[in-house]
Design a protein around this ligand. Structure first.
Ligand code: 5AD
Ligand code: SF4
Length: 431
C-alpha cells in the first residue's frame, strides 16, 4: 500500500509531513511520488495567508475524483487550515476520511490507526522494507507552537502555546536523520531560538546548548535553524552560532516592518533600532554571514511614511535577500478587525519593495563573484553555500558531497560555479 503527501506552507509543515510519513511507513506503507499509485493521500494545509488556504482547499475539492477512481482510497487532511476549519471541511467535503489539525500532529499515529486497520496483504510484505530517507538536508522539529501574539498572525491560534521537545529526543532524531544520509540538519520551531528547558531551566538546556550538542553529533556537517525571533537572539545565542563550527553563517530573521509604529501595532516586541543593532552584532560576530528576512506590506494603518521606513531598513540592514508578504487578514486575529488596504495599493508597494530587495541583493551577490565557497550538493549538481546561496555547479559532482567551488556568475539568485580545484588545474595547464 502506498501513500502520497501534498504539503502547503512553511518548513514546519514539511517537517510535519515527514513525521506523518514516518508513522505511515512504520505501518508498512511506502511513499510514492505519483498520487495515482497511492491508496492514502495526505493534504497538509497552511492557513498563514488566505491564499495558501484557498489553494489547499481547492486541491481537496479536486481530490473527490481521485477518490472515486479506486475503491478503498483514503483522503486525510491535516495541518493549520485543518485545525482552523475542521467542521467546515467535514461538511463541505464529505469525501474526506479524516481531518487532523496541526495541534494533533504528534498524535497522528493513533489517529490514523482506525483508518488503516486492515488485513496485511502480500503487497505489504513485498514492500515491508526498512524505513529510509535519502535527503542530504533534513528538518528536525525542536519545539511547537508560539507564545507571541503578533496581531496579524494566526499561528498561535492553530498551533497553540510553545512546547519543547526534550534535548535527548532531538539529538536522537538528529542521529536518525544522519543515519538515513543527512549531512545538514535544520532545527525547526516557530520561534526556534526561544528553545529552553528539558525539565529544568537554566541548566545547560537552552538553544545555544542545543546548537553545541547537535553540532557534536557524528556526521552532522552543517546546522541551520528556522525561524528565530529577534527577541531571543541573545549574545549567548549569537556566540554559539559563531563558535559552533557546524552552525552555518546564515540567519533568517523576520523583521516584518521597518517602522516603529507598525512594529508596535504588530506587537513584535522590538524597535527598528534594536533590530538594526542586532543585525550589526551578528555581522560583527560572523563577518561574511548572510541575513535574510520577511516583511509584511499593507498592514492596517501602514502609511506611505511607514512603508518608506521598511524600504530604508532593507538598505540599512543590507539584507542578502527577503520574502515579501502582502498582508492578509486572518479571522480571529486582532488585526482582522482593523481596516485593510485595497489589493491594488498593496501590489504597488510590493513591486517597489521587490525592486529595493533586488537592488541590495544584487550588490551582495556581485561581491561573491570569483570567491571560493564550500557547497553541499543536494541534488543534480545543485547545492548551497554555508551562507545559504543556491549554487549550480558545472561538472559532475555527487549528491551529498561537499565541494570547494569558485563562483563564475552571480547575476541571478542561483549562482553558478566551477570546482575550485578543477579551475586551479586548468590554470596550471595554461601557465
Ligand atoms: N499576512 C501576511 N503575511 C503574514 N505572515 C504571517 N502572517 C501573515 C499575514 N496575516 C508572514 C510573516 C511571517 C511569514 C512566515 O509569513 O512575514 O514571517
Ligand atoms: Fe506568528 Fe509572531 Fe509567533 Fe511568528 S512570532 S508565529 S509571526 S505570532
Amino acid at each position: 500500500m502506498k501513500y502520497y503527501v501534498r504539503t502547503y506552507g512553511c518548513q514546519m509543515n514539511v517537517a510535519d509531513s515527514d513525521e506523518m510519513g514516518r508513522h505511515l511507513q512504520a505501518r508498512g506503507l511506502i511513499p510514492t511520488e505519483d498520487p495515482e499509485e497511492a491508496s492514502v493521500l495526505l493534504v497538509n494545509t497552511c492557513t498563514v495567508r488566505q491564499h495558501a488556504e484557498d489553494r489547499a482547499f481547492s486541491e481537496v475539492g479536486r481530490l473527490k475524483k481521485w477518490k472515486a477512481r479506486q475503491s478503498g482510497r483514503k483522503l486525510v487532511v491535516t495541518g493549520c487550515a485543518a485545525e482552523r476549519t475542521k467542521a467546515y471541511l467535514e461538511n463541505r467535503f464529505p469525501h474526506i476520511d479524516l481531518v487532523i489539525g496541526a495541534k494533533a500532529i504528534e498524535d497522528f499515529g493513533r489517529a490514523v490507526e482506525g483508518l488503516l486497520e486492515r488485513r496485511e496483504t502480500d503487497e505489504d510484505l513485498e514492500y515491508a522494507i526498512p524505513m529510509s530517507g535519502d535527503r542530504v538536508s533534513a528538518f528536525v522539529t525542536i519545539m511547537r507552537g508560539c507564545n507571541y501574539s503578533c496581531t496579524y498572525c494566526i499561528v498561535p491560534f492553530v498551533r497553540g502555546r510553545e512546547s519543547y521537545h526534550p534535548m535527548e529526543h532531538i539529538l536522537s532524531e538528529v542521529r536518525d536523520r544522519v543515519a538515513e544520509g543527512a549531512r545538514e540538519i535544520t532545527l525547526l520551531g516557530q520561534t526556534v531560538n526561544s528553545y529552553h528547558r528539558d525539565g529544568a531551566r537554566g541548566r545547560g538546556t537552552d538553544f545555544a546548548d542545543l546548537l553545541e550538542n547537535a553540532g557534536k553529533v557524528d556526521g552532522v556537517e552543517r546546522l541551520r535553524f528556522m525561524s528565530p525571533h529577534p527577541h531571543y537572539m541573545t549574545d549567548r545565542v549569537i556566540d554559539a552560532i559563531a563558535a559552533v563550527p557546524e552552525a552555518c553563517e546564515a540567519v533568517h530573521l523576520p523583521v516584518q516592518s521597518g517602522s516603529d509604529a507598525m512594529l508596535k501595532k504588530m506587537l513584535r516586541n522590538y524597535t527598528r533600532e534594536e533590530y538594526l543593532a542586532l543585525a550589526g552584532k551578528m555581522r560583527k560576530a560572523m563577518p561574511g554571514m548572510t541575513i535574510s528576512t520577511d516583511v509584511i506590506l499593507g498592514f492596517p494603518g501602514e502609511t506611505v511614511e511607514d512603508f518608506r521606513q521598511t524600504l530604508s531598513l532593507i538598505r540599512e540592514a543590507q539584507f542578502d535577500w527577503g520574502f515579501i508578504f502582502k498582508y492578509s487578514a486572518r479571522e480571529g486575529t486582532p488585526a482582522a478587525a482593523w481596516e485593510s488596504y485595497p489589493e491594488g495599493l498593496i501590489e504597488e508597494r510590493h513591486q517597489e519593495c521587490m525592486a529595493v530587495f533586488e537592488e541590495v541583493s544584487r550588490l551582495k551577490r556581485a561581491a561573491l563573484l570569483g570567491t571560493e565557497q564550500e557547497v553541499l550538493i543536494e541534488e543534480e549538481n545543485t547545492g548551497r553555500t554555508r551562507t545559504n546561496y543556491k549554487v549550480s555547479v558545472e561538472g559532475n559532482v555527487a549528491t551529498g558531497e561537499i565541494v570547494r567551488v569558485r563562483i563564475t556568475n552571480s547575476d541571478r539568485a542561483t549562482l553558478t560555479a566551477v570546482l575550485a580545484d578543477r579551475q586551479k588545474q586548468t590554470e596550471g595547464l595554461e601557465a
